[in-house]
Design a protein around this ligand. Structure first.
Ligand code: SF4
Length: 292
């Protein structure tokens, strides 16, 4: 496969050249360079390249929790702890019809609320958080969700991760969301070695322009869910492989790796790495197998 040329589709339209591929040797060289202390400029350029590739790989990246108001997003994010977005999205339509305001949550019948959110897990704790959240928003913020990190993290059930999700997606205030996928991937890519989520947030904030903070969170989380799985990453079908020091953590054979790609945009993920859809075997496993 040529990596630098452009190809022409059957319809005659020009298509972007497939993303360059790594080899075991190029990945080992990159890993060695990172271990020796990658120069800041080199890391910034590599991160910039990876961001552009991520944007092309996941043009549909977005917050996968369904919501129409900041309060709904706050509630959905509280429910997403130890659950999947898909599970949360299955309970929130009825929940949002029943509880429309912070006051509704503050005055909720606890048993009824627990029943409605039962399937998301940890329902007793979550019900307590939602009732406390509603009460605090009513008492301290006149029923409106506040717009600053400091005020948001002071609310029951809202940690820094949740606050950044709300800021970035409901208020258009740039925020980096460090969830399990995000931390795992940025360490795997050698963007940072930090383990503590707040330190990870600051390290990535220093590498990525502020205007891109919300989108980088979506791109990285999308890549973690669809390509770079925790247990078996699809290295041979990954658009980032040329800049990834961990290439080889999963199957490097393109066809074997393509079976590991997940999600509704699988055809696009194959196209961007130049693997013909006809050659790719059916995907294996459930779509959100790695979801936290
Ligand atoms: S799938 Fe493999 S090559 Fe791609 S980012 Fe993950 S570890 Fe790196």
């Amino acid at each position: 496969m040529t990596t630098a040329s452009r190809s022409t589709s059957a319809r005659g339209a020009a298509e972007p050249a497939p993303a360059p591929r790594a080899t075991a040797r190029s990945a080992a060289r990159l890993a060695k360079r990172i271990a020796a202390g990658e120069p800041a400029l080199g890391r910034a350029r590599r991160v910039g390249r990876m961001l552009r590739t991520l944007a092309a790989t996941h043009p549909d990246a977005h917050c996968e929790l369904d919501f129409t108001t900041p309060l709904e997003l706050a509630v959905a994010t509280v429910l997403s702890a130890q659950s999947t977005d898909k599970m949360v999205n299955s309970v929130t339509p009825a929940l949002f019809r029943r509880y429309r305001s912070a006051l509704d949550y503050a005055q909720a019948d606890r048993a009824e609320l627990e029943e409605m959110i039962h399937s998301t897990g940890f329902f007793r704790n979550k019900a307590g958080s939602l009732i406390g959240l509603g009460a605090a928003v009513v008492e301290k913020h006149d029923g409106e969700l506040p717009r600053t990190l400091e005020e948001l993290v002071a609310l029951p059930g809202i940690g820094r991760k949740t606050a950044n999700v709300i800021l970035g997606n409901a208020f258009d205030v740039p925020g980096i969301t460090v969830d399990t996928h995000f931390g795992r991937l940025v360490r795997r890519w050698g963007w940072t070695e930090e383990e503590d989520p707040v330190k990870v947030e600051h390290a990535i904030g220093a590498l990525v322009p502020k205007r891109d903070w919300t989108m980088v969170s979506h791109y990285v989380i999308f890549h973690g869910r669809r390509v770079c799985h925790a247990r078996k990453p699809a290295c041979g079908a990954c658009s980032l492989s040329a800049d990834c020091p961990t290439f080889g953590a999963g199957p490097t054979d393109p066809i074997a790796a393509s079976a590991l790609l997940k999600g509704p945009s699988r055809a696009h993920l194959l196209e961007i790495v130049g693997i013909p859809d006809d050659d790719a075997p059916a995907p294996v496993g459930r779509e959100d197998a790695d979801a936290p």
